[in-house]
Ligand binder design. Structure first.
Ligand code: NAI
Length: 318
C-alpha cells in the first residue's frame, strides 16, 4: 500500500516546538512537505518567549533530510507566520492551528488577564493565521485547515472557563470556514485531541500518558488534510491513544408552540418532555434546519380560543 505523501506542499504548524505540533512537523516533513515550524517558545501559561523551541525542531527535521524553516512569532501575528511560508517556499497548502496555552483557575478567581490571554492565543491566533492564509487558498483553489478544540470546550471542565470558551469557539469557527471554503476546495476540520505533552504532564498519571503519544493524533490530521480528502469538511473529531471518533450535534424532537399569548412559561413547562425527547433525534448541520420548523409552524391553523393547542405530530416534520 502506498503512503500518503505531501511532496511539493507547504505545511504551516503553529506551536510546533513541542507536544502535538512537533509531532505534526516531523511527520509532514518526513512525508515530503516543506514545513514552517512556528513557536513562540514561552511557558505553558503563555509567559516569556524563545527561539529555541522552533529551532530544535527545524534542526531535527533538517538532520533527517527534511525541509523546514522556523518562525518565532506569536500566532497573534498570523501574517508574519504565513509570510514565512510564502517567502521561503512560495506557497501554503496546509495550516495546522495548534498553538495553545492554559490559564487554569476557578471561575470565581478568574481575572480579565486570564480570559484575554487565552482568547488572544486560541481564538484570535487561529483567526489571524487562517485569515492570512485564506487569500492564498482561494487563489490556488486549494487549502486544508485543522483547528484545535478540546474536550474542555465540548463538555466544559472545572477551572477552565476561559479555555473552554476559546476551544468551543474553534468548532464554530471551523464550521464556518468549511462552509465558506467549500467553493474553493478549502477543507477545514477541528479536532479535540488527547495526548501526552507538557500541557497534560501534570494532570494525568505517567502510565496513562505513556499510551497517549502525540504520534497517535497525527494520522487523523494527515488523512484530513491530504488532497485525497475532498469531502470531509466541517467535522469535529475526538482523537488520542488510538481512538478516533467523529462528533456531531444532536437535536431533540422538541416542542413546536404557537407564537401567541398561549406561549407562556407554563406552556414550556408542560412540554418539557418533548423539549428533551431524544428518542427521535436529528443531526442538524446548519441554521436552515431549525428555520424549517418555524416555517412549518407558521403554516399551521390557529387552535380554537381557550384550548391547549395540540401539536402532536407536527414536530416530526423535517
Ligand atoms: P504544548 O504546550 O506541548 O504545545 C503547545 C505549543 O504552542 C508550545 O510549544 C508553545 O510554545 C506554543 N505556543 C503557545 N502560545 C503560542 C503563541 N502565542 N504563538 C506561537 N506558539 C505558541 O501543548 P500540546 O498538548 O501539544 O497542545 C497543542 C494543542 O492541542 C493546543 O491548542 C492545546 O490546547 C490542544 N489540546 C491538547 C490536549 C492534550 O491532551 N495535549 C487536549 C486538548 C487540546
Amino acid at each position: 500500500m502506498s503512503e500518503l505523501r505531501f511532496d511539493n506542499q507547504v505545511v504551516v504548524v503553529t506551536g510546533a516546538g513541542g507536544g502535538l505540533g512537533k509531532a505534526y512537523a516531523h511527520f509532514f516533513a518526513s512525508r515530503g512537505a516543506s514545513v514552517v515550524v512556528n513557536d513562540l517558545g514561552g511557558s505553558h501559561k503563555g509567559e516569556g518567549q524563545s527561539s529555541k523551541a522552533a529551532d530544535v525542531v527545524v534542526d531535527e527535521i533538517r538532520a533527517a533530510g527534511g525541509k523546514a524553516v522556523a518562525n518565532y512569532d506569536s500566532v497573534e501575528n498570523g501574517e508574519g507566520i504565513i509570510e514565512t511560508a510564502i517567502k521561503n517556499f512560495g506557497r501554503i497548502d496546509v495550516l495546522l492551528n495548534n498553538a495553545g496555552i492554559l490559564r487554569d483557575i476557578s471561575f470565581k478567581n478568574m481575572k480579565d488577564e486570564d480570559w484575554d490571554l487565552i482568547n488572544r492565543v486560541h481564538t484570535y491566533g487561529a483567526y489571524k493565521c487562517a485569515r492570512a492564509a485564506w487569500p492564498h487558498f482561494r487563489k490556488q483553489k486549494y487549502g486544508r485547515v485543522i483547528n484545535t478544540a478540546s474536550a474542555a470546550g465540548l463538555f466544559g471542565s472545572f477551572g477552565q472557563a476561559n479555555y473552554s470558551a476559546a476551544k468551543l469557539g474553534q468548532v464554530g469557527f471551523t464550521e464556518t470556514l468549511a462552509k465558506e471554503g467549500a467553493k474553493y476546495n478549502i477543507i477545514a476540520n477541528v479536532i479535540a485531541p488527547i495526548a501526552a505533552s507538557r500541557m497534560t504532564a501534570t494532570v494525568m498519571p505517567p502510565d496513562v500518558l505513556e499510551n497517549l503519544k502525540p504520534d497517535w493524533v497525527v494520522p487523523l490530521v494527515a488523512a484530513l488534510v491530504h488532497s485525497s480528502n475532498t469531502t470531509e469538511s466541517g467535522g469535529i473529531y475526538e482523537v488520542g491513544g488510538g481512538h478516533v471518533a467523529k462528533l456531531r450535534w444532536e437535536r431533540a424532537k422538541g416542542a413546536l408552540l404557537k407564537t401567541d399569548d398561549s406561549l407562556t412559561p407554563g406552556t414550556i413547562a408542560r412540554k418539557w418532555n418533548e423539549v428533551n425527547d431524544f428518542s427521535q433525534p436529528e443531526y442538524p448541520t446548519g441554521p436552515a434546519d431549525f428555520m424549517a420548523y418555524l416555517e412549518d409552524g407558521l403554516k399551521m391553523p390557529s387552535a380554537p380560543k381557550g384550548e391547549e393547542p395540540d401539536f402532536k405530530g407536527r414536530v416530526a416534520l423535517v
